[in-house]
Design a protein around this ligand. Structure first.
Ligand code: BYC
Length: 474
């Protein structure tokens, strides 16, 4: 097991103090990170203590150590899952060979591009969420937001460590760039589309943590298979933290729906106008938020047919999520049947080599996983005696990347005219009125145990604390 050094300026289990040059380079980057956190993170709460978990090691006791901390003092560390000295490459052209401890020269730029893309999303999400603290529905939620934020900060550290340790000067330059692109910046936006969307209300936050963090889970699972062992090990550890982020999304949306059902019962109505007047979110509005964030997150998997994906699979850079579940790790003789647009209004199929379909393979697994929460929510709705059913839209709907990019369809995936598409879009994604209503409900509630009227309390608190615990000292 690797030893953990918590007394270094940068806590780590990578023996940083044995490599003075690397340590100095990272200590040079550290104040830049803190400046960025101060400027682009939840700075309004810099002086408040929050009840947060900090990773101080990668074993069962070490990965979640709870206590009060002011966010700028959070100990962002570099932690890789323990090394398996016997580990072999699990897929692609080098399958069966020992994993790499260094990046092979011929794959250097591909690895760098993937690590930079992964790294770029982490600070992007902190930037997107920076103003949510001022309109939190409870102290419990405020603490969860901050937990997500600090851990995304740590995930940025994870990628910056790889860039510094394995990519020389290019890596150091990329690490600087990770702090100079900003979410939604017209001149220097974040790399991937979803990370430039604004998250200025808690419905968006819960949808983002449910849908977009789940893309994170699938991308990290793919990278956890990588032949480059330090990348695989860092992603394996990141996945432990990622689970809480999706928990925040799933329970957050579940609590919003629970409250809506209570209000429907209290008012004896399912009329959105009545539900809104009573200060809650109506079910059709929740469906539109789901449509927006699910479709945006689908694009994060890249194109259905991708030579990049074929090449990263062949080269051992990126496997399939849960690669061990497949029997053929070469994927050279298989094919994938893809549903594609055909002609002016038709739909057809196309047979493509499996390696080129790896993005779609991951997306299919992701969509199935996204469906789990909806099943649970629909059960609640059904038990409350309502016929309404939340649904994931078709993967052809509202796509900006891939075979269905800019092809007008309705949420069931049926092709429709561009005119109908534009005209009916307000039925399908949040309207100005929806957003204005949601915004009107975003009043800050910070008395321990109190909840905003549009959301039900959580079933339990964090780390066995009561839900009325003083999670953030304001
Ligand atoms: N927006 O062959 P293609 C997370 C670009 S989330 C803009 O279709 P490829 C987190 C693509 O970059 C997980 N551009 O796809 C969640 C490429 O550009 P270049 C983040 C896009 O390359 C919440 C071109 O289109 N991790 O961790 O196979 C909070 C053609 O690409 C988009 C990763 O994404 C888009 N949506 O796959 C915090 C893993 N989609 O290179 C964190 C690392 C594609 O030609 N990234 N493009 O200029 C990757 O593995 C791949 O880059 C992608 C794209 C899966 C994203």
């Amino acid at each position: 097991m690797s030893s953990v050094n918590l007394s270094d300026r940068i806590p780590n289990n990578v023996n940083l103090s044995n490599d003075r040059t690397l340590q100095r380079a990272l200590e040079h980057w550290q104040p830049r990170f803190l400046n960025w956190w101060d400027e682009m993170g939840p700075n309004e709460f810099a002086h408040n203590e929050a009840y947060l978990r900090t990773a101080v090691g990668v074993d069962a006791e070490g990965w979640a150590s709870y206590g009060y901390v002011k966010m700028p003092d959070y100990r962002w560390g570099i932690f890789l899952a323990d090394q398996d000295p016997e580990r072999k490459i699990g897929f692609g052209d080098s399958q069966g060979q020992p994993v790499w401890q260094q990046v092979p020269g011929e794959f250097r730029s591909q690895f760098r591009r993937i690590i930079v893309t992964q790294g770029d999303t982490e600070p992007a999400s902190v930037e997107q969420q920076r103003l949510l603290g001022t309109i939190c529905p409870s102290l419990y939620d405020l603490r969860n937001l901050f937990q997500v934020n600090v851990e995304e900060g740590r995930h940025l550290w994870a990628m910056v460590y790889l860039l510094h340790a394995y990519f020389g000067r290019d890596g150091r330059e990329e690490a600087e760039e990770l702090l100079s692109r900003h979410s939604g910046d017209v001149d220097k936006p974040r790399i991937l589309g979803t990370f430039n969307e604004s998250i200025d209300d808690w419905m968006s936050f819960f949808c983002f943590t449910y849908f977009t963090d789940r893309d994170g889970k699938y991308q990290l699972k793919s990278l956890a298979e990588s032949a480059f062992d330090p990348l695989a090990r860092t992603c394996r550890f990141m996945l432990t933290e990622e689970a809480h982020h999706m928990f925040v999304g799933e329970t957050g949306l579940g609590r919003v729906i629970r409250r809506t059902l209570e209000v429907m019962k209290e008012t004896g109505s399912d009329d959105p106008a009545v539900i809104r007047r009573a200060g809650a979110m109506d079910l059709p509005l929740i469906q539109r938020y789901i449509n927006f964030w699910f479709t945006s997150s689908l694009d994060l998997f890249g194109s259905e047919v991708s030579s990049n994906a074929a090449s990263t699979f062949a080269n051992g850079i990126k496997g399939r999520p849960d690669e061990s579940l497949y029997s053929d790790h070469l994927a050279l003789n298989e094919s994938f049947e893809l549903v594609v647009p055909q002609g002016e209004s038709g739909v057809g199929t196309e047979e493509i080599p499996m390696r080129n379909a790896m993005n779609e393979v991951a997306r299919v697994a992701y969509v199935k996983d996204c469906g789990m929460g909806l099943k649970r929510w629909n059960m609640m709705i059904q038990r409350a005696g309502h016929a309404f059913e939340l649904a994931l839209p078709s993967t052809r709907f509202r796509r900006g990347i891939g075979a269905w990019a800019n092809i007008p369809t309705d949420p069931t995936g049926k092709r429709i005219s561009a005119e109908e598409h534009t005209r009916r879009m307000p039925e399908w994604v949040p309207t100005e009125a929806d957003r204005a209503h949601v915004k009107s409900l975003m009043q800050r509630v910070v008395e321990p145990g109190k909840m905003a009227a549009w959301i039900a309390p959580p079933d339990r608190g964090i780390n066995n604390q009561p839900s009325a615990y003083e999670y953030v000292k304001l």
